[in-house]
Design a protein. Structure first.
Ligand SMILES: [Zn+2]
Length: 291
Protein backbone atom coordinates (compact mmCIF):
# COMPACT_ATOMS: atom_id res chain seq x y z
CA UNK A 1 0.00 0.00 0.00
CA UNK A 2 1.29 3.43 -0.94
CA UNK A 3 2.21 5.86 1.75
CA UNK A 4 -0.56 8.19 2.78
CA UNK A 5 -0.40 11.46 0.89
CA UNK A 6 -2.61 14.49 1.10
CA UNK A 7 -4.88 14.82 -1.89
CA UNK A 8 -4.27 18.55 -1.94
CA UNK A 9 -1.06 20.50 -1.93
CA UNK A 10 -0.40 22.25 1.36
CA UNK A 11 0.79 25.27 -0.55
CA UNK A 12 -0.08 26.74 -3.93
CA UNK A 13 2.71 29.23 -4.47
CA UNK A 14 4.72 29.04 -7.69
CA UNK A 15 7.48 26.96 -6.13
CA UNK A 16 5.01 24.39 -4.72
CA UNK A 17 3.40 23.99 -8.13
CA UNK A 18 6.81 23.58 -9.77
CA UNK A 19 7.77 20.99 -7.16
CA UNK A 20 4.56 19.10 -7.81
CA UNK A 21 5.23 19.18 -11.54
CA UNK A 22 8.73 17.81 -10.96
CA UNK A 23 7.40 15.12 -8.62
CA UNK A 24 4.87 13.91 -11.19
CA UNK A 25 7.43 14.13 -14.00
CA UNK A 26 9.56 11.61 -12.06
CA UNK A 27 6.64 9.20 -11.95
CA UNK A 28 5.96 9.29 -15.68
CA UNK A 29 8.38 7.13 -17.59
CA UNK A 30 7.60 8.32 -21.12
CA UNK A 31 9.70 11.05 -22.77
CA UNK A 32 6.88 13.51 -22.80
CA UNK A 33 4.68 14.65 -19.97
CA UNK A 34 1.12 15.15 -21.13
CA UNK A 35 -1.46 17.07 -19.19
CA UNK A 36 -3.67 14.01 -18.94
CA UNK A 37 -0.82 11.99 -17.38
CA UNK A 38 -0.22 14.86 -15.05
CA UNK A 39 -3.87 15.08 -14.03
CA UNK A 40 -3.93 11.35 -13.35
CA UNK A 41 -1.03 11.52 -10.90
CA UNK A 42 -1.04 15.01 -9.49
CA UNK A 43 -2.71 16.60 -6.49
CA UNK A 44 -3.37 19.69 -8.51
CA UNK A 45 -5.14 20.05 -11.84
CA UNK A 46 -3.14 21.03 -14.91
CA UNK A 47 -5.47 24.00 -15.39
CA UNK A 48 -4.08 25.52 -12.16
CA UNK A 49 -0.62 25.43 -13.71
CA UNK A 50 -2.00 26.90 -16.92
CA UNK A 51 -3.51 29.78 -15.04
CA UNK A 52 -0.35 30.37 -13.06
CA UNK A 53 2.28 30.03 -15.80
CA UNK A 54 0.32 30.86 -18.94
CA UNK A 55 0.13 27.48 -20.62
CA UNK A 56 1.38 23.93 -20.36
CA UNK A 57 4.60 24.55 -22.24
CA UNK A 58 5.45 27.51 -19.99
CA UNK A 59 4.63 25.50 -16.87
CA UNK A 60 7.01 22.75 -17.99
CA UNK A 61 9.64 25.37 -18.83
CA UNK A 62 9.29 26.91 -15.36
CA UNK A 63 10.14 23.50 -13.92
CA UNK A 64 13.07 23.09 -16.31
CA UNK A 65 11.16 20.39 -18.16
CA UNK A 66 10.49 22.05 -21.50
CA UNK A 67 11.95 19.10 -23.38
CA UNK A 68 9.06 17.02 -22.08
CA UNK A 69 6.50 19.15 -23.85
CA UNK A 70 5.04 17.58 -26.98
CA UNK A 71 2.81 19.55 -29.28
CA UNK A 72 1.38 16.41 -30.84
CA UNK A 73 0.37 14.81 -27.57
CA UNK A 74 -0.69 18.04 -25.90
CA UNK A 75 -4.26 16.94 -26.35
CA UNK A 76 -7.10 18.93 -24.99
CA UNK A 77 -10.28 17.22 -23.99
CA UNK A 78 -13.64 18.64 -24.80
CA UNK A 79 -14.37 19.30 -21.13
CA UNK A 80 -11.05 21.05 -20.59
CA UNK A 81 -11.62 23.43 -23.48
CA UNK A 82 -15.12 24.20 -22.23
CA UNK A 83 -13.73 24.73 -18.73
CA UNK A 84 -11.03 27.09 -20.02
CA UNK A 85 -13.51 29.10 -22.08
CA UNK A 86 -15.76 29.53 -19.08
CA UNK A 87 -12.83 30.41 -16.81
CA UNK A 88 -11.64 33.15 -19.19
CA UNK A 89 -15.16 34.55 -19.50
CA UNK A 90 -15.35 34.71 -15.68
CA UNK A 91 -11.94 36.31 -15.29
CA UNK A 92 -12.53 39.00 -17.93
CA UNK A 93 -16.10 39.59 -16.81
CA UNK A 94 -17.13 39.33 -20.46
CA UNK A 95 -19.86 37.12 -21.76
CA UNK A 96 -17.71 35.80 -24.59
CA UNK A 97 -14.14 34.81 -25.35
CA UNK A 98 -12.23 35.51 -28.53
CA UNK A 99 -10.06 32.87 -30.15
CA UNK A 100 -7.15 35.23 -29.65
CA UNK A 101 -7.77 35.41 -25.88
CA UNK A 102 -7.93 31.65 -25.74
CA UNK A 103 -4.64 31.47 -27.61
CA UNK A 104 -2.72 34.02 -25.57
CA UNK A 105 -4.07 33.04 -22.17
CA UNK A 106 -4.09 29.28 -22.49
CA UNK A 107 -1.84 28.57 -25.44
CA UNK A 108 -4.47 26.57 -27.22
CA UNK A 109 -4.62 26.72 -31.00
CA UNK A 110 -7.50 26.48 -33.40
CA UNK A 111 -6.47 23.00 -34.48
CA UNK A 112 -7.70 21.02 -31.46
CA UNK A 113 -10.84 23.14 -31.33
CA UNK A 114 -11.65 22.29 -34.93
CA UNK A 115 -10.87 18.66 -34.30
CA UNK A 116 -13.12 18.38 -31.25
CA UNK A 117 -15.93 20.83 -31.92
CA UNK A 118 -15.83 21.35 -35.68
CA UNK A 119 -15.64 25.13 -35.32
CA UNK A 120 -14.85 27.81 -32.77
CA UNK A 121 -18.45 28.90 -32.78
CA UNK A 122 -19.51 25.38 -31.83
CA UNK A 123 -17.00 25.44 -28.96
CA UNK A 124 -18.49 28.69 -27.69
CA UNK A 125 -21.95 27.19 -27.97
CA UNK A 126 -20.86 24.16 -26.00
CA UNK A 127 -19.52 26.46 -23.27
CA UNK A 128 -22.83 28.33 -23.22
CA UNK A 129 -21.14 31.46 -24.53
CA UNK A 130 -22.38 31.83 -28.06
CA UNK A 131 -25.82 32.98 -26.98
CA UNK A 132 -24.21 35.76 -24.99
CA UNK A 133 -21.90 36.56 -27.88
CA UNK A 134 -24.99 37.42 -29.90
CA UNK A 135 -26.34 39.41 -26.96
CA UNK A 136 -23.33 41.68 -26.66
CA UNK A 137 -22.66 42.09 -30.34
CA UNK A 138 -22.93 45.77 -31.05
CA UNK A 139 -23.61 47.30 -34.42
CA UNK A 140 -21.00 49.60 -35.99
CA UNK A 141 -23.38 52.44 -35.28
CA UNK A 142 -23.57 51.60 -31.56
CA UNK A 143 -19.78 51.38 -31.39
CA UNK A 144 -19.40 54.78 -33.06
CA UNK A 145 -22.08 56.38 -30.88
CA UNK A 146 -20.37 55.04 -27.79
CA UNK A 147 -17.01 56.33 -29.01
CA UNK A 148 -18.54 59.77 -29.61
CA UNK A 149 -20.00 59.76 -26.08
CA UNK A 150 -16.62 58.97 -24.55
CA UNK A 151 -14.79 61.40 -26.83
CA UNK A 152 -17.21 64.17 -25.87
CA UNK A 153 -17.00 63.38 -22.17
CA UNK A 154 -13.19 63.53 -22.21
CA UNK A 155 -12.90 66.38 -24.66
CA UNK A 156 -10.13 64.46 -26.43
CA UNK A 157 -9.44 61.33 -28.41
CA UNK A 158 -10.02 58.37 -26.06
CA UNK A 159 -7.34 55.89 -25.19
CA UNK A 160 -8.02 52.17 -25.36
CA UNK A 161 -8.35 52.03 -21.55
CA UNK A 162 -10.92 54.86 -21.48
CA UNK A 163 -13.39 52.50 -23.15
CA UNK A 164 -13.54 50.23 -20.14
CA UNK A 165 -14.73 53.04 -17.84
CA UNK A 166 -18.00 54.99 -17.72
CA UNK A 167 -19.54 56.64 -19.64
CA UNK A 168 -18.45 53.95 -22.12
CA UNK A 169 -20.97 51.16 -22.50
CA UNK A 170 -19.01 49.17 -25.08
CA UNK A 171 -15.72 47.67 -23.93
CA UNK A 172 -12.49 48.24 -25.88
CA UNK A 173 -12.28 44.60 -26.91
CA UNK A 174 -15.45 44.97 -28.95
CA UNK A 175 -13.60 47.55 -31.07
CA UNK A 176 -10.50 45.47 -31.46
CA UNK A 177 -12.63 42.42 -32.25
CA UNK A 178 -14.44 44.30 -34.97
CA UNK A 179 -11.72 46.44 -36.54
CA UNK A 180 -8.58 44.48 -35.72
CA UNK A 181 -6.88 47.07 -33.49
CA UNK A 182 -7.70 50.16 -31.47
CA UNK A 183 -5.94 52.38 -33.99
CA UNK A 184 -7.97 50.91 -36.85
CA UNK A 185 -11.18 51.41 -34.88
CA UNK A 186 -10.33 55.10 -34.42
CA UNK A 187 -9.52 55.30 -38.11
CA UNK A 188 -12.93 53.83 -38.98
CA UNK A 189 -14.57 56.42 -36.71
CA UNK A 190 -12.73 59.26 -38.42
CA UNK A 191 -13.68 57.94 -41.84
CA UNK A 192 -17.29 57.68 -40.75
CA UNK A 193 -17.16 61.24 -39.44
CA UNK A 194 -15.79 62.60 -42.71
CA UNK A 195 -18.37 60.66 -44.66
CA UNK A 196 -21.20 62.26 -42.62
CA UNK A 197 -19.93 65.79 -42.99
CA UNK A 198 -18.63 65.88 -46.54
CA UNK A 199 -21.74 64.48 -48.15
CA UNK A 200 -24.08 67.15 -49.53
CA UNK A 201 -27.79 66.95 -48.86
CA UNK A 202 -29.96 67.08 -52.00
CA UNK A 203 -30.59 70.77 -52.61
CA UNK A 204 -34.15 70.44 -53.77
CA UNK A 205 -36.87 67.88 -53.76
CA UNK A 206 -38.28 66.71 -57.03
CA UNK A 207 -41.55 68.37 -58.12
CA UNK A 208 -43.48 65.10 -57.82
CA UNK A 209 -42.65 64.89 -54.13
CA UNK A 210 -43.30 68.60 -53.55
CA UNK A 211 -46.96 68.24 -54.48
CA UNK A 212 -47.45 66.05 -51.38
CA UNK A 213 -45.70 68.43 -49.02
CA UNK A 214 -47.71 71.40 -47.80
CA UNK A 215 -45.20 73.12 -45.54
CA UNK A 216 -42.13 74.70 -47.09
CA UNK A 217 -39.79 71.87 -48.00
CA UNK A 218 -36.71 71.31 -45.92
CA UNK A 219 -33.33 70.55 -47.26
CA UNK A 220 -32.20 68.54 -44.30
CA UNK A 221 -33.50 66.01 -41.84
CA UNK A 222 -33.97 66.91 -38.17
CA UNK A 223 -31.73 64.06 -37.16
CA UNK A 224 -28.11 65.17 -36.80
CA UNK A 225 -25.81 62.46 -38.14
CA UNK A 226 -23.04 61.20 -35.89
CA UNK A 227 -20.22 62.69 -37.91
CA UNK A 228 -21.81 66.12 -37.89
CA UNK A 229 -22.37 65.95 -34.13
CA UNK A 230 -18.71 65.09 -33.69
CA UNK A 231 -17.72 68.00 -35.91
CA UNK A 232 -19.84 70.49 -33.92
CA UNK A 233 -18.60 69.24 -30.53
CA UNK A 234 -15.07 69.40 -31.80
CA UNK A 235 -15.51 72.88 -33.32
CA UNK A 236 -16.94 74.13 -29.99
CA UNK A 237 -14.08 72.46 -28.06
CA UNK A 238 -16.45 70.07 -26.26
CA UNK A 239 -17.93 72.96 -24.25
CA UNK A 240 -21.35 74.53 -23.94
CA UNK A 241 -21.22 77.68 -26.09
CA UNK A 242 -23.49 79.56 -23.64
CA UNK A 243 -22.04 78.78 -20.20
CA UNK A 244 -18.69 77.23 -21.09
CA UNK A 245 -19.12 74.06 -19.04
CA UNK A 246 -17.53 70.84 -20.27
CA UNK A 247 -17.99 67.23 -19.11
CA UNK A 248 -14.23 66.88 -18.69
CA UNK A 249 -14.08 69.59 -15.99
CA UNK A 250 -17.53 69.58 -14.35
CA UNK A 251 -18.58 67.35 -11.47
CA UNK A 252 -20.79 65.52 -11.96
CA UNK A 253 -19.98 65.46 -15.68
CA UNK A 254 -22.40 67.64 -17.56
CA UNK A 255 -24.06 66.25 -20.66
CA UNK A 256 -23.62 67.99 -24.00
CA UNK A 257 -26.10 68.16 -26.84
CA UNK A 258 -25.93 69.47 -30.35
CA UNK A 259 -28.67 72.05 -30.65
CA UNK A 260 -30.36 73.69 -33.64
CA UNK A 261 -29.83 77.42 -32.93
CA UNK A 262 -32.90 78.18 -35.02
CA UNK A 263 -35.15 75.29 -34.02
CA UNK A 264 -35.74 72.76 -36.71
CA UNK A 265 -39.51 73.15 -36.15
CA UNK A 266 -39.15 76.85 -37.01
CA UNK A 267 -37.33 76.43 -40.24
CA UNK A 268 -33.79 75.89 -38.93
CA UNK A 269 -31.74 73.47 -40.98
CA UNK A 270 -29.40 70.72 -39.86
CA UNK A 271 -26.30 72.47 -41.16
CA UNK A 272 -23.09 73.45 -39.42
CA UNK A 273 -23.94 77.17 -39.27
CA UNK A 274 -27.19 76.43 -37.43
CA UNK A 275 -25.76 73.90 -34.99
CA UNK A 276 -24.03 74.52 -31.67
CA UNK A 277 -23.00 72.70 -28.53
CA UNK A 278 -25.20 73.20 -25.48
CA UNK A 279 -25.05 71.60 -22.07
CA UNK A 280 -28.20 69.91 -20.85
CA UNK A 281 -29.21 72.70 -18.40
CA UNK A 282 -28.78 75.44 -21.02
CA UNK A 283 -30.67 73.33 -23.54
CA UNK A 284 -33.56 72.90 -21.09
CA UNK A 285 -33.71 76.64 -20.39
CA UNK A 286 -33.79 77.31 -24.12
CA UNK A 287 -36.54 74.71 -24.60
CA UNK A 288 -38.68 76.31 -21.88
CA UNK A 289 -38.22 79.80 -23.35
CA UNK A 290 -39.51 78.64 -26.72
CA UNK A 291 -42.71 77.13 -25.36
ZN1 LIG B 1 -24.45 75.55 -20.71
Amino acid sequence: MAAFELERLSNYDDQSLINELKRVAELVSSDKLSRSDFNRLSKVHASTLHNRFGNWRKALAAAGLEDRFDDRTDMWSRDEIIGQLQAIARSTGKAYVTLNELGTQIGITQRPIRRIFGSYRAALEAAGLYQSLGGVRYTDEECFENLLTVWTALGRQPFYSDLSKPPSKVGPKAYVGRWGSWRKALQAFVERTNQDTSHEEPAEQTPEIKTYVHASPKRTSRNIPLGLRYKIFSRDCFRCVLCGQSPATSTPPIKLHVDHAIPWSRGGETVEENLRTLCEPCNLVKGARLE
